[in-house]
Design a protein around this ligand. Structure first.
Ligand code: ZN
Length: 162
């Protein structure tokens, strides 16, 4: 069975910087399960996955995988809202990627300047505007159920339980 719209696809993937530093690696964790054709993945990558089958590998560099960098995204926030490695009140340095707790949930940001009680952060995604290397291996492909298609996401193993 090959990947097309409305297939549930299980993959192992690795995202790295062009210099080779690994940013995310599903081999450290469970494989990723996604519903193909619903923008669950970076668009260029989903397009490259089309027609692939179990055992196939896709390796590609994606420009702006996390969107383009925008100017004027600096924000001063309370140090209490910053989390790093799951810990509150972490030791902060400019350039560090941390998580900001917001009403909408946590989002990754980059530390620009550290004060005593506040931190200036750049709210662009830390990898916005950077080319990233994606290496994906297809482990499993199955038909989506009608429920999954109407919800636009995977149910059961690796997906949403409700
Ligand atoms: Zn659902």
């Amino acid at each position: 069975m090959n990947i097309e719209k409305d297939k549930v696809v299980t993959v192992h993937y690795r995202v790295s910087e062009p210099q080779g530093e690994v940013i995310e690696d599903s081999h450290d964790d469970e494989p990723l399960v996604y519903l193909h054709g619903y923008n669950a993945m970076v668009q260029a990558l989903e397009e490259a996955m089309l027609g692939k089958g179990v055992g196939d590998k896709v390796s590609m560099t994606v420009e702006d995988a996390y969107g383009k960098r925008e100017e004027g995204q600096l924000q001063r926030v309370s140090i209490n809202h910053i989390v790093r490695d799951g810990k509150a009140k972490p030791k902060l340095k400019p350039g560090m990627m941390v998580y900001l707790n917001t009403k909408q949930g946590t989002r990754p940001v980059t530390v620009v300047k550290v004060g005593l009680k506040s931190v200036d952060v750049d709210t662009n995604h830390p990898y916005a505007g950077k080319p990233l290397q994606f290496d994906v291996e297809v482990l499993k492909v199955r038909d989506a159920t009608p429920d999954e298609i109407s919800h636009g996401h995977v149910h059961g193993e690796g997906g949403v339980h409700h």
